[in-house]
Every structure is written in C-alpha cells, then in structure tokens.
Design a binder for this molecule. Structure first.
Ligand SMILES: C[S@@+](CC[C@H](N)C(=O)[O-])C[C@H]1O[C@@H](n2cnc3c(N)ncnc32)[C@H](O)[C@@H]1O
Length: 215
C-alpha cells in the first residue's frame, strides 16, 4: 500500500494524533513565528503548531497526505533560513538518505531543528519493522542522532527519551500487512508485546543553528 493510500489511517491514528512527544514539540517550538513540518503525514504537528499561532508550512512527498508542498526531506524547495523552526516527527526512519535530510532541515531553519523518531532497539525489532512496512529504512541510536545533527552544523541542546505504547493491531493495519506478514511481525516482537500493546523507544532531539557561522 502506498503512503497516499494510507493517508486517512494516519490522520485518524490515535498513536499519531496525540502523545507526550507532540506536546514536547509544541513546548520546544515556543516563540517560533514560522514553522516547517517535514513529512507531515496526517498533519498532526502542523495542526498543533497552528493551534498555538505559528504560521506553518507542511511538506511530504505523498500527494494523499495533502501537504502544502510536495517534496522529499532530502531535497526541499525552500530558501536558506526560511523557517524559525523545522520539525520532523516519526518519519526519519523512512528517509532514503537521512544525512541529506538533516542537512536540508538545518539549511532551511533559521533557528531550531526538532526531530522525534523511534529509536533503534535491536535487530529483531528492525526486521519486524521491515516486514511490517517495506518503506522502513532504519531506526537510529541516540549516538547516531547526535552525530547527524552535529555533522549538519547543529548544536544539540536537548535530548529526551520516551516509551511510546502502541496498540499492536491498528499498528499492523496502518501498514497494510498481510496475515502472514502480521504473524511474522508478531513472532519477531513476541517478547515486547503485552496485552495487545507494544512499547517503542522514542527520542526527541533539539538542535540549534550554530551562532558562529560565517555571515
Ligand atoms: C509515519 S508518517 C509521518 C507522521 C507524522 N509526521 C505525524 O507526526 O503524525 C511518515 C511520512 O513520511 C513520508 N515520507 C516518506 N519518505 C519521505 C522522504 N524521503 N521525505 C519526506 N517524507 C517522507 C511519508 O509520505 C509519510 O507521510
């Protein structure tokens, strides 16, 4: 199933509509007048930032997600420093070239870059993610994230980690997995599923544009 075919499931998904990580993005974006929501999916980051008065542009390569701008994170049609804050939530594990995407996010940000994503847990969890959703590239560790930010010229000023409980059945349904694939995912994650829920490790990282760049 393509991303566009899954758009309504992502708009309706309780796991995406709310969460401690979404609240933290709003807190970390405080004071930003303009924001870019990269890989907007169901549009939850854009919605929450608009609710607090930010002028938000959303982007995503899938037309069905109905973003303001159709583009990949690795190649965005915005001028340098266009937005006070650039955010991407639970999407970077799908980017073909995450390094290029973080460099782009840093380039179009005038002040802050915020990323929230699932953390690398172990090889079985990575295999489960790939069976469940072939567009999964990989999750990264906290060390990987720090390196990605620093090599894009961002100063990492805060990192938080969360446990994100997700209901297993809707999670599988959103990806359009077959019965056989669902069984394979369930087997790979057997030791992490409890009463129909799985707990994912999630990271939020905030980077600031370096103040000592050449003008
Ligand atoms: C899980 S959804 C995003 C969830 C959303 N940010 C939220 O907070 O609810 C993942 C999104 O990543 C987008 N995507 C996939 N590859 C991408 C890429 N290379 N650049 C930008 N977005 C990408 C998909 O189209 C999809 O809308």
């Amino acid at each position: 199933m393509s991303w566009s075919d899954r758009a309504q499931l992502y708009r309706d998904s309780v796991a995406h509509r709310e969460g401690e990580d979404l609240d933290l993005i709003v807190e970390w974006a405080k004071g930003a007048r303009t924001a870019l929501d990269v890989a907007t999916g169901g549009g939850h980051v854009a919605r929450r930032l608009r609710e607090v008065g930010a002028e938000v542009v959303s982007c995503d390569p899938a037309p069905g997600m109905q973003p303001d701008v159709l583009c990949r994170a690795e190649d965005m049609p915005f001028a340098d420093g266009s937005f006070d804050v650039v955010v991407s939530r639970v999407a970077a594990h799908h980017f073909e070239d995450v390094k290029a995407a973080v460099v782009e996010m840093a380039r179009v940000s005038g002040d802050r870059v915020l990323v929230v994503d699932n953390l690398y847990m172990d090889d079985a969890a990575e295999a489960a993610d790939k069976v469940r959703d072939p567009s999964h590239v990989r999750n990264y560790s906290e060390g990987d994230w720090r390196e990605l930010f620093e090599s894009a010229g961002l100063l990492v000023d805060e990192v938080r980690r969360f446990e994100k409980p997700i209901e297993f059945e809707p999670w599988i349904e959103r990806s359009g997995s077959s019965v056989a694939e669902s069984a394979q995912v369930r087997a790979l994650l057997a030791d992490r599923i409890e009463d129909g829920w799985i707990t994912l490790d999630r990271i939020a990282i905030r980077g600031l544009r370096s103040r000592n760049e050449e003008p």
